[in-house]
Write a protein that binds this ligand. Structure first.
Ligand SMILES: *Cc1c(COP(=O)(O)O)cnc(C)c1O
Length: 338
């Protein structure tokens, strides 16, 4: 089946693979990992996760390297974030070793769906959990169902990296200061969808979300973290409602390795114009360099130029080199699956 895939023209769509993995917490203990080729879940109509949004997910990738080996990137970090999501949703957290084992098993079962090195594509791994108790009342959900599935995905930027256009629009907040912004809950996506769609209709790639209390500070750039570069410093916003991106953490580490200063602190809207380079970061693209930011309300327009900044490019290459086995994995980020 995998043999039929046109590796050079993959997008970010679901493609059926050999297998997905299921695991269940029944209120007392975890089940064994179950491997299946069934793409459906048979769900009771009163499943709590469905009614009350008690669900969260993860996203990570496996890459076929220059040496032919398949590397899974920072799975233990995704496991820990999955646990913090579970904690905030009052769900049983899955132990790190079980999460990592499930991801490795999944990649092995679907090894012929890991795209060839030359394609620049990868195998996206999507773990998701939801409260699966049958109930109508709102309360802690003792039963959890977890699914791990995979899909081969193309490089985020087809035909090479390019600059994106970002809009600041205060019509919708992504997350409240003490809400669920710091976990990967599906509801955060649902609550920012409308402004994202509006931005796309207006010809922008992403919305910059501001803090919901004052609308003064930068939070997220679409479903990605924001960073700016100035005076040899990598600056990324700190806030209790930002999702801690594994990519951002990796870039901070690599920036430090390159001799840049690293600052994680509140970043105001006014500070945006002082950056030499700006970007959005996440598993999907690693870095989406930002070409311009337009503020709908103040009509201020910030232009970062027509070319990808040298620091953003160096960081991008350094991370990609580790993922594709072209550079030494100094920080032990990759698990060699096969
Ligand atoms: C997933 C996600 C990111 C990126 O996180 P990575 O671990 O780097 O993929 C950033 N912001 C939001 C809101 C997200 O959901």
């Amino acid at each position: 089946m995998a043999a039929k895939i046109d590796w050079n023209n993959l997008g970010f769509d679901y493609i059926k693979t050999n297998a997905n993995i299921r695991c269940r917490f029944d209120g007392k203990k975890w089940s064994q990992l179950a491997i299946t080729d069934d793409e459906y879940i048979h769900m009771h109509i009163a499943t709590m996760g469905l009614h009350y949004g008690i669900m969260a997910f993860e996203g990570l990738k496996a890459f076929r390297g220059v040496d032919g080996k398949v590397r899974l990137f920072r799975a233990a970090d995704n496991a820990r974030r999955f646990q913090s999501s579970a904690y905030k949703l009052c769900l049983e957290p899955m132990p790190t070793d079980v999460f990592v084992e499930a991801c490795v098993r999944l990649v092995k079962e679907n090894i012929d769906f890991v795209p060839p090195y030359e394609s620049g594509a990868s195998l996206y791994v999507r773990p998701l959990m939801y409260g699966s108790q049958i109930a109508i009342g709102v309360h802690r959900c003792p039963e959890v169902d977890i699914i791990f599935f995979a899909s081969p995905v193309g490089p985020y930027f087809k035909g090479g990296m390019h600059l994106i256009k970002v809009v600041i629009d205060r019509m919708q907040d992504r997350a409240a200061p003490r809400g669920t912004g710091d976990i990967k809950a599906g509801g955060n996506y649902a609550s920012s969808l409308l402004s994202g769609e509006k931005a796309h209709e207006m010809g922008y790639d992403n919305v910059m979300y501001l803090d919901a209390a004052q609308h003064r500070f930068i939070e997220e750039c679409g479903a990605a973290n924001f960073f700016g570069i100035k005076n040899g410093t990598y600056v990324t916003p700190a806030s209790p409602s930002i999702l801690p991106s594994v990519t951002n953490d990796s870039l901070r580490t690599l920036a430090h390795d390159m001799g840049l200063n690293v600052e994680q602190r509140p970043v105001t809207v006014e500070e945006l114009k002082t950056f030499e380079e700006a970007g959005a970061c996440g598993t999907a693209a690693v870095i989406s360099p930002i070409g311009s930011i337009y503020d709908i309300d103040t009509q201020e327009y910030i232009d970062y130029g027509k070319k990808i900044g040298p620091v953003s490019l160096a960081l991008y290459n350094a991370l990609r080199d580790i993922q594709y086995g072209r550079a030494e994995d100094k920080h032990n980020w990759c698990i060699i699956v096969e």
